[in-house]
Design a protein around this ligand. Structure first.
Ligand code: GUN
Ligand code: FE
Length: 385
């Protein structure tokens, strides 16, 4: 089959191949060829054409979202991180101790994710084993997912908290079973003891699992981390000390960082999930994209539902362009202060790359996923004009 339409095929933050009258040749779920439709029609004479009358995009990649917050996504915008967690989120996540609620919410979540065109994702589940394993097994029908149960052994309500030793045992069994499809997920430093973070970091290395957590999203959160871990100079150094940083680690947000922290992230090859819609909703601030570009720290876009209000990566791309381009306009108007980095213009091409291929690269699945290059899996969206 040749799918005909206007094709957008992202390659990098500065390059996207666009075919006005394009063709995508698909056989047995794989992309056999891509290019100008008229040329492909001659080359593949026997193949049927499906005229889409629309635009053809690769499926999206979302590298940070909480599936167990799907029902309440966007509901409590305007509250900052810590009160938001305590007032609303703990209660919602506690409901996933029930199988019936979990099954019902999971079916809704994957359906909505598919409707939003996302097939690759790195996902936070609740603390519960059943919810995690069900999300992994059901997810196989919907795409390529790396999922982890959040770990919390301190500063959390009793009904969500586990004993450190039990948590470590559970993580070891899950990492052994799911390997690179599993993410060791210490929720964030305030809810995790150093022992838990250290031991689970070792387990991640042993089984090739991913690691995900949150870093420097909010100023009160950072102050709390400084209180809890006074031996470490910065928030990033808490995770460095625990051995949680590296090429298979994805840190959400990373908004308020000192230069020494950026250096550590660069040195360790750590990846960042940039969540602009969430950062707006929880009044967290703007991630300094110009610093991540300067330090060449890999980052991709993410919805971070339920702080982010929607599962749409299109909305996330739009917020990404707006948040930085508005800041750039202000900066250009006021002039750069001494030592201040210039905020770059964020283009559609960059946003599109960060919502597709960049995430697949971070997930280690870009050989088969992330764009429409020859040989990859045919995972695409058609958008009618
Ligand atoms: N930090 C710790 N937990 C969370 C969470 O559930 N959402 C967000 N946005 N930040 C967090
Ligand atoms: Fe998050």
């Amino acid at each position: 089959m040749i799918y005909r339409g206007k094709i957008f095929n992202p390659q990098s933050s500065t390059k996207c191949d666009i075919y006005e009258n394009g063709g995508l040749v698909v056989e047995k779920g794989k992309i056999v060829d891509i290019g100008d439709y008229e040329k492909l029609k001659k080359k593949y004479k026997n193949l049927e054409t499906k005229n889409t009358n629309g635009a053809i995009f690769p499926a999206f990649t979302d590298i940070h979202l909480h599936w167990v917050q799907n029902r309440v996504k966007g509901t409590f915008s305007g509250t900052e991180l810590l009160p938001w967690l305590k007032k609303y989120i703990w209660k919602e996540e506690s409901k996933f101790s029930k199988k019936e609620y979990t099954d019902k919410m999971l079916a809704k979540f994957y359906k909505e994710l598919a409707e939003n065109g996302t097939r690759n994702a790195v996902i936070y589940s609740s603390v519960h084993k059943y919810a995690l394993e069900k999300a992994i097994s059901e997810g196989k029908k919907y795409g390529n997912f790396i999922i982890g149960n959040v770990l919390m052994d301190q500063n959390s309500p009793d009904y969500l908290q586990m004993k450190t030793a039990d948590e470590i045992k559970l993580v070891e069994s899950l990492a052994k079973k799911y390997k690179e499809k599993y993410a060791i997920t210490p929720r964030f430093a305030p809810t995790c003891s150093m022992e838990l973070m250290k031991k689970t970091a070792t387990i991640a290395k042993k089984y090739g699992s991913f690691i995900q957590t949150h870093l420097s999203e909010n100023k009160s959160e950072i102050a709390w981390v400084r209180e809890l871990f006074p031996e470490q100079k910065t928030y990033t150094e808490v995770y460095e000390k625990a051995g949680l940083l590296g090429k298979r680690t994805i840190l959400g947000h990373a908004i308020h960082l000192e230069d020494r922290e950026l250096e550590i992230l660069k040195k360790t090859g750590t990846n960042i999930a940039h969540c602009p819609t969430s950062n707006i909703a929880l009044l967290s601030g703007r991630m300094p994209v110009e610093k991540f570009l300067k330090y060449k720290i890999p980052f991709a876009l993410a919805t971070d539902i339920g702080a982010g209000p929607k599962l749409s990566m299109m909305d996330t791309m739009s917020a990404y362009m707006d948040i930085h381009n508005d800041a750039r306009a202000k900066q250009q108007k006021n002039g750069l202060k001494k030592g201040e980095l210039e905020i770059p213009e964020i283009t559609f091409i960059d946003a599109f790359y960060r919502a597709t291929l960049a995430g697949a690269e971070i997930m280690g699945i870009s050989k088969d996923h992330g764009n429409l290059n020859k040989g990859k899996k045919a995972e695409f969206i058609v958008i009618d004009f």
